[in-house]
Write a protein that binds this ligand. Structure first.
Ligand SMILES: CC(C)(COP(=O)(O)OP(=O)(O)OC[C@H]1O[C@@H](n2cnc3c(N)ncnc32)[C@H](O)[C@@H]1OP(=O)(O)O)[C@@H](O)C(=O)NCCC(=O)NCCS
Length: 201
């Protein structure tokens, strides 16, 4: 296992290079996407069950846009700016979602986490497994002190994922997100080092 976890040279830069990829959980592999993932990423991205949870931007419309997105993800990781990892079933290799660490702030040792699971895989505990494991790596290898998430109050599944891992709901940012013509509140959830209930999964 230790051999598998050695980071590939030039895959990640800056302080992100302390994090060894892939991250393995009980059922998932968390790794940087490659261009070989283009078609599987596109296949479920426009499912209306997912799109309802987007406010800005939309998933890539064309294969070329998806290729471009994967290239940008890899470039951002190499630059140490942000980390977006695909979630893949350890057995079949099927893509089941994505997870990210962004807004990396090395001064305050904090970052924001985001995640999406493909609707056909909802309710199997994949998001919880991935969030707990990435947080464990971020507190361990990256030495972060705090990880936060922004969640619409109506997104009960996402709030539940965070609560299961040990995040605290810290407050509500009122009307901070414009979706179409509607202002939406966002709940801020925070997890401090030592609060991850599930640890690596
Ligand atoms: C949020 C999301 C990632 C959850 O993925 P998942 O793999 O299904 O999550 P898990 O199976 O680990 O856990 C989901 C939990 O929410 C609960 N849940 C799901 N729908 C719910 C609802 N409508 N009301 C209350 N709880 C709900 C599940 O029962 C489960 O809790 P439990 O284990 O206590 O039963 C997935 O729904 C998703 O991709 N949504 C769209 C994108 C998104 O919202 N991302 C997060 C942005 S902040």
């Amino acid at each position: 296992m230790s051999g598998m976890r050695r980071p590939k040279r030039n895959e990640m830069g800056g302080r992100l290079s302390s994090l060894a990829l892939p991250i393995l959980t009980k059922r998932l592999v968390l790794r940087l996407p490659t261009l070989a993932d283009t078609d599987s990423f596109m296949s479920e991205a426009h499912d209306p069950r997912l799109l309802q949870w987007f406010s800005k931007g939309s998933p890539p419309e064309t294969r070329e846009e998806q290729v471009d997105t994967i290239k940008k993800i890899r470039k951002a990781a190499r630059a140490g700016d942000s980390l977006s990892l695909g979630l893949f079933d350890r057995g079949s290799g099927a893509s089941v979602g994505v997870i990210s660490l962004s807004s990396l702030n090395w001064g305050d040792m904090c970052a924001e986490i985001g995640y999406i699971v493909s609707p056909n895989h909802w309710g199997k505990g994949y998001a919880t497994e991935a969030v707990a494991s990435l947080c464990a790596e971020a507190f361990g290898c990256l030495n972060l002190h705090r990880i936060e998430a922004q969640v619409w109050p109506s997104n009960l599944a996402s709030g539940r994922v965070l609560e299961k891992v040990g995040f605290h709901k810290e407050g509500t940012r009122r009307q901070c997100d414009l979706k179409g013509k509607t202002w939406l509140d966002c709940d801020t959830y925070g997890l401090l080092r030592g609060e991850n209930r599930l640890g690596p999964t």
